[in-house]
Design a protein around this ligand. Structure first.
Ligand code: GAR
Length: 189
């Protein structure tokens, strides 16, 4: 059984989808939800499903060993970023080589980088008049959205779409594919 820590900053639909997907798995356990925002709804979702959650500060992530100690104390094998907005420090990347993955709501390398998250991404895609968007799942390195790609899935954008309707299409793709890709990666370790 491999133990996963999910880092999330906001609503947490992806985190909850993973919790539900892996509830009866004998391959993967969602062990911890780690969150940088005490008001994030993902914390409520974790509570509903009886998953431990921990809120941390930027200095706990970047300046001391408290996050690494926490991951060690839970024997975490793999880290999933599901709507997590802070950069991951290189100490964590070195400790988990090719074992930290992120989901991004666009077809990277387009619409990635600092500040490109959630609805900001969809608004930019619609404003640019793109005819398609999608999701990218990639390994995490120490730059925003620049790690090696693992997987992409696409969806069309039509004249009636706006940022909200695009977000719904993207979330549907994320919920469908993220658990499958995580399983594929977990089997490798
Ligand atoms: C997801 O669409 C995810 O791809 C995106 O945040 C959303 C979180 O939704 N991540 C980024 O934009 C990272 N740059 P959720 O809280 O409902 O899972």
């Amino acid at each position: 059984m491999k133990r996963i820590a999910v880092f999330a900053s906001g609503n947490g639909t992806n985190a909850e989808n993973l919790i539900i997907h892996f509830k009866s798995s004998n391959l993967v356990k969602i062990e911890l939800i780690l969150c940088n925002n005490a008001d994030a709804y993902v914390l409520e979702r974790a509570k509903i499903h009886g998953i431990k959650s921990v809120v941390f500060t930027k200095s706990e992530l970047n300046l001391d060993n408290s996050i690494i100690d926490l991951l060690d104390s839970h024997n975490i094998d793999f880290i999933v970023l599901a709507g997590f907005l802070w950069l991951i420090p290189s100490s964590l990347i070195t400790k988990y080589p090719k074992k930290i993955i992120n989901i991004h709501p666009a077809l990277l390398p387009k619409y990635g980088g600092k500040g490109m998250y959630g609805m900001h991404v969809h608004e930019s895609v619609i404003e640019a008049g793109e005819v398609e968007s999608g999701v990218t799942i990639h390994y995490v390195n120490d730059k925003y959205d620049e790690g090696e790609n693992i997987f992409q899935a696409r969806c069309g954008i039509n004249d009636n779409d706006n940022a909200d309707s695009l977000a719904k299409k993207i979330h549907a793709l994320e919920h469908e594919y993220f658990p499958i890709i995580i399983e594929q990666e977990i089997i490798k370790i």
